[in-house]
Design a protein around this ligand. Structure first.
Ligand code: PPE
Length: 304
């Protein structure tokens, strides 16, 4: 999908024109994947534009940086202020937000100590990640032959750019086989997550999702959905899930900032079926919460 361009990108403390937000080809992160990033959404809530779980995303970005011995030169509060500034400057009401901190130009070789840390925040309109149709009627997923990076290889809890080489391999394998998305297993063979989203299943009315030790990125949407589901009266169990359980589940769905809540209707030729009641109710609740229509969760919204 071509990126719908807007006017400004926030870069290293100031707003620059979209096409001026550039880096050198010897940028450390381009060669070694030494960047950390976030994906956040701003929604057109009834009370005005609101960034969903803004602070939690920026805190995760700082944690990702810490795991790579990277010092982000802006605090969580400063990053949040920069996001508000760039959304306002572009006069956007609803958008995807992509902050990135990366090792810049100044040193080559694996020791990044001499490369300055640069920070940019871009915003643009990003609709349904796996298509409108998929969000409504469900997508087709394929279990990947690439397993998800394990904690002793790379820290799965870090949202580091280089780690996405693993996700891209899984994604391309699924697309080349005619599917919409991949499902990755962890190094033990248990269900982990999608290349850019967490996974849930529903069996006999109970909601299940893999634990952090299954090498997942601890998703902020995942955590929000667990809270919403429990508040709606569902039982949510966080435990290891086998591929067989997933194939036999009543409902399966992905969660993530980009994908929001997207049903999975088929896995590896096994039919899961059209989006079930639990998935649809959670989708509706998530929609209402992000639009400021449920006052119990207004503290999740940062009105800009
Ligand atoms: N797992 C992975 C590997 C992942 O990248 C994401 C977000 C999630 C789980 C869900 O996390 P959260 O957004 O906090 O609920 N993926 C981001 C990037 C997707 C992309 O294609 O780029 C996103 O959803 O913004």
């Amino acid at each position: 999908m071509p990126i719908p361009e807007v006017e400004y990108i926030w870069m290293n403390g100031r707003l620059v024109q979209w096409h001026e937000a550039k880096v050198h080809v010897l940028t450390h992160a381009l060669h070694y994947g030494s960047g950390v990033f976030e994906g956040i959404r701003c929604y057109r809530a009834e009370q005005g534009p609101a960034v969903f779980r803004h602070r939690e995303h920026m805190q995760r970005m700082h944690r990702s940086a810490k795991l790579y011995h990277m010092q982000i030169p802006y605090s969580v509060d400063e990053l949040m202020q920069a996001v508000r500034e760039v959304i306002k400057a572009n006069r956007l009401e609803e958008c995807y937000i992509r902050p990135i901190a990366f090792r810049g130009y100044g040193e080559m070789g694996l020791n990044p100590a001499g490369a300055p840390v640069e920070v940019a925040i871009a915003v643009w309109s990003w609709g349904a990640y796996l298509g409108e149709e998929g969000q409504r009627n469900g997508i087709r997923a394929k279990t990947s032959s690439f397993c998800r990076i394990s904690p002793n290889v790379l820290p799965p809890i870090a949202k580091c750019t280089g780690q996405y080489a693993n996700s891209i391999l899984a994604k391309l394998e699924a697309l080349n086989a005619g599917y919409d998305e991949a499902i990755m297993l962890d190094h033990r063979g248990f269900v982990s997550e999608g290349p850019g989203e967490n996974i849930f299943m529903v069996a006999d009315g109970v909601i299940y999702t893999p634990p952090e030790h299954a090498s997942i990125l601890p998703g902020i949407t995942r955590e929000s959905v667990i809270t919403l589901a429990e508040d709606m009266g569902y039982r949510v169990v966080v435990r290891d899930i086998t591929r067989a359980e997933l194939l036999a589940a009543d409902e399966v769905f992905f969660t993530g900032t980009a994908v929001e809540i997207t049903p999975v209707r088929e896995i590896d030729g096994y039919e899961i079926g059209k989006p079930g009641e639990v998935t649809r109710k959670l989708q509706q609740k998530f929609f209402d919460v992000t639009r400021g229509r449920d006052e119990r969760y207004l503290h999740w919204l940062d009105f800009i």
